[in-house]
Design a binder for this molecule. Structure first.
Ligand code: ZN
Length: 466
């Protein structure tokens, strides 16, 4: 049965708001009194149960299909809930508060129809703390504690607080930004507005922005977390970056990495809250997309390999550090560094070995070749002769060089291991009386073979400088 007094319904209005206003307009003591007289509670109306929508349609005279939006439901798993099509997290629940824009309320009071107290209505977007600003008025959303029995009875709250509400409409602070609020509203209304963020559940998209904001503050890209609005400014700042898509996020992180050059083992501290957030949610399906995003960014921009786990184990090494290459190729760090400089993989630098990054593929190419060569001091040691003699041999082309001398101070003459072995064979050709040098060379060769059989083919580890 339609109630005696009916009201204008607004398309952004929640069902509970309409109920509250109807109860007030029809002179019931409160929303709770009206509902209990009708043997029901607010819950089925909030959830959008078909029977409740039908009843509200009958009471209000508003067609049921117009009342079918903004269902508020628990999502079943964990503490998540949904507001219309937008999935929200626990910290976005409104709790025992009225939330509203005082300027919207003042405008409703002034321009609405019917009795004054019944005019202001609750916008669906106010029903989540993810919305912290009024897009229309550019001010912050205000929260006022509600009696346990009067939760959601907004018309009653308006009737009891007319003066306060009019005052608040004048004094309410401006919001730093309304972009996040605009974005979340679109999600609540089922509108797509950002291809990148829209691929995530609403609360994941918002948390993504918040954690990017944390990262930006942690690394000094924004001034301070103590800006007015606190957490809000984190989300706002992160949104400014994230709304431009994954390339912009990676560019920001790559810029900080280029400046700070963290060790692979510093990854945890470097990513801070952002990485902890991902690890905490690793097993949730709705996080697969963001985990993939940051896993890729970490692999492409940090010298991490199969020993390091960002969130997932590293799938492909894109970068080495001088240190990690030294360990992987079992070469002295000095030698890796010099080879990298010679090949133009890095500029000369005072950074420590773990902070000098090298392209992994090119490092592999260069170090593989180097591993198949021996240096002047190595030859001298194996043959048991003085290094000067080796240089004379090389100058006489008895052994072909593969890497030319660089300058007067640092000479890295290298000879292919195979060329050297063939040379030794010739040296060891049967003779009536071996010379002392030949005997030593033979012994050195035998020692070398023994070492290799103990260490495997990569086990040279002898980057002694010539
Ligand atoms: Zn407003």
């Amino acid at each position: 049965m339609t109630l005696r007094v009916t009201l204008e319904y607004h398309h952004k209005e929640t069902r509970k708001s309409l109920l509250s206003r109807l109860a007030m307009a029809n002179s019931y003591r409160s929303l709770e009194a009206f509902l209990s007289l009708n043997g029901t509670s607010a819950l089925p109306f909030e959830r959008g149960e078909p029977q409740a929508i039908k009843r509200l349609s009958e009471w209000s005279g508003v067609p049921a299909e117009q009342l079918s939006c903004y269902n508020i439901k628990s999502s079943g798993v964990g503490s998540h809930w949904s507001l219309g099509p937008a999935l929200m997290s626990r910290d976005m629940r409104v709790g025992p508060y009225h939330r509203y824009c005082p300027k919207c309320v003042a405008a409703d009071l002034q321009h609405g129809r019917g009795r004054e107290q019944t005019r202001p209505y609750v916008r669906a977007a106010w029903m989540t703390r993810a919305v912290e600003a009024c897009v229309e008025h550019g001010c912050v959303i205000v929260e006022a504690a509600a009696d346990k029995k009067a939760q959601g009875d907004f018309a009653r709250y308006v009737a009891d607080n007319l003066e306060r509400l009019r005052e608040e409409a004048v004094t309410v602070p401006s919001a730093a930004s309304v972009e996040v609020a605009r974005y979340v509203e679109n999600r609540i209304h089922g509108k797509s507005s950002n291809d990148f963020l829209d691929q995530f559940e609403a609360y994941v998209a918002i948390d993504l922005c918040r954690n990017i904001g944390h990262f930006a503050i942690q690394h000094g890209l924004v001034e301070s977390a103590a800006a007015p609005g606190g957490e809000l400014s984190l989300v706002d700042y992160g949104f400014e970056i994230a709304c431009h898509g994954p390339e912009r996020i990676e560019a920001m992180i790559a810029e900080v990495i280029a400046r700070e050059r963290p060790f692979a083992i510093e990854m945890q501290g470097f990513f801070g809250k952002l990485r902890r957030w991902l690890l905490r949610n690793e097993d949730k399906d709705e996080f697969a997309g963001v985990i993939e995003l940051f896993q890729g960014i970490a692999e492409r921009n940090l010298p991490i390999g199969s020993d390091e786990t960002f969130v997932l184990p590293t799938r492909q090494r894109h970068l080495h550090s001088v240190r990690s290459a030294s360990i992987e190729y079992r070469m002295f760090e000095d030698r890796v560094y010099q080879l990298a400089i010679d090949a133009g993989l890095t500029e000369p630098t005072d950074l420590s070995s773990g902070r000098i990054y090298l392209d992994a593929q090119r490092t592999h190419d260069i170090l593989s070749v180097a591993l198949a060569t021996v240096t002047t001091p190595e030859i001298a040691s194996e043959l048991g002769i003085h290094i000067e003699r080796v240089r004379q041999m090389l100058d006489a082309n008895l052994l072909p060089r593969v890497e030319a001398a660089q300058d007067g101070t640092r000479i890295y003459s290298r000879v292919r291991r195979s060329d050297f072995d063939a040379f030794k064979k010739r040296l060891n050709a049967p003779m009536a009386t071996p010379t002392r040098a030949q005997a030593q060379a033979y012994k050195a060769l035998a020692d070398q073979k023994r070492r290799e059989s103990q260490q495997g083919p990569g086990g040279l580890g002898t980057g002694i400088r010539g």
